[in-house]
Design a protein around this ligand. Sequence first.
Ligand code: AHN
Ligand code: ZN
Length: 337
Amino acid sequence: MKNNMKVLALGLLLAAGFPACDKKKNPETATATEQPAAPAANVTVPAFNADSAYQFVAKQVAFGPRVPNTPAHRACGDYLISTLKGYGANVLVQPFTAKAYNGTTLELRNIMAQYNPAANKRILLAAHWDTRHLADKDPANPTKPIDGANDGASGVAVLLEIARQLQANPLAQNLGVDLMLFDGEDYGQPDNAGEYIPDTWCLGSQYWGKNLMPKGYTAHYGILLDMVGAKGARFAQEETSRTYAGDVVEKVWRTANQIGYSDYFPFQESPGITDDHTYVIQHANIRMIDIVAYDPTSPDGFFGPYHHRHTDNMDIIDRNTLKAVGQTVLHVVMHEQ
Ligand code: AHN
Ligand code: ZN
């Protein structure tokens, strides 16, 4: 406790004394270890590698659309499991079936990669790895599935890069990190004038919340990453996140601003949305925030002009966005130890 206060005081002092410090650093070209804006004793935050994260997006997209019940979905799931095992994680797989809105029985898998599985203090990081079966917002080919480079692959890619970093830079013994890849997030009922049914979405987090793996699982808090790779993305403070985990929202946004990503993390509020964090909060009783590109005031649509369209492909993925999110989350996590 005493130590934390000292760290905080030091951080405030440095922030006040050298306000321009962060601006000089170009985060994209930084390859050495990061110089934290508010350094805590004994914590070195490794540099999140945006090129590596970008390759993880491309790799997933190359499987084809990861639509449940397709060979691409199965192959990508196998790839995610073996990649996370390769990065030294304790990998748990939760296979299950869920009935979709249209009556289809979906074969799904939630995948959890644990670092320091025995530690009591745990941080849960999550994303969804499936992609939407329809381009229902696209005037062209609305029944064909989308690449989901942003909606799906981007969040998973950031988590894969964090896994790679955690293998190379092990956490202190008192801290555990769990990377959760939810399945079946995006198989929800198409939205026809007032027919939005929240519970048809987020099938993986709904199942996991009611059937925790490991049994009795809990975490200090959670961070969900959804659509975190598009060029020019802005992450506002979503209402459900603020309501249930306001201190986590503050911590994440303050960190992002301190380390140079104020363009991506404005101190701006947005209304609540239904996403995987909703069910983690509701069923698993874990405080979780959602870092999601969502702007209800945008003329391009709430989730951007490419959302659930065929333009959600590699062309809109920007390493700078992946870097801003990945470095911020890595910084926050490493400072929990
Ligand atoms: C809906 O649009 C229902 N929820 C936002 C969650 C979402 C959909 N994330 C990606 N696709
Ligand atoms: Zn989606």
